[in-house]
Design a protein around this ligand. Sequence first.
Ligand SMILES: *Cc1c(COP(=O)(O)O)cnc(C)c1O
Length: 223
Amino acid sequence: MAGIEGRVRGILEGVPPHVTVVAAAKTRTPDEIRAALGGGIRAVGENYVQETEIAQSALGRRAAEWHLIGALQRNKARDAVRLFDLIQTVDSLRLAEKLDAEGRRIDRVVPILIEVNSGREPQKAGVFPEDVEGFAREIAGLASIEVRGLMTLGPALPEPGALRPFFAETRRRFDALARLGLSNARMTILSMGMSDSYREAIEEGATMVRLGTALFGARREDG
Ligand SMILES: *Cc1c(COP(=O)(O)O)cnc(C)c1O
């Protein structure tokens, strides 16, 4: 655990102050997450509702800002609205409508990011870059969600420099959307870059990076 805390401190020192580091915590134990918080992490990214419930019951709902960075099924929307401070993976009208309805039900505005499939990979989640503006207009009437920005993974490429064009395109879509001034949008977050690519992502305009391996070390199932 001391290893995690030290790695976190080292990474946070090297990241500009306007960039938020989200600790991508899938498969990590509450103790590992606690060590990351001890090193200065303020936001934890989770892929699964059940893991989040376990982490929050060990650490406390207020221990961190909790972000959903994994796919969300509509039948888990109610749990997600309760568990997360930001849902980074919204990519369909039906999901947006469901989150809006859940927000309205408990009289809260639900902050979301639109996930962009910047590599235009058919099997991957996310809205294609050329469809981001149309999608944002489509959900602009939903007053109980607030679009805080965009999130992208980009294709899995061995060389992080090869991701730059995908980050740059996502950034252009972000800027265009911010200029539109849609009524339920307050565009401040551009979430892109993971352990291997966060430096390039920051240079291309990321204001948020999602780091797992770089903070916690290799995952057990990764060998
Ligand atoms: C696991 C994960 C990350 C972090 O990946 P690393 O390569 O371990 O940094 C970032 N974003 C999402 C959506 C993830 O699922």
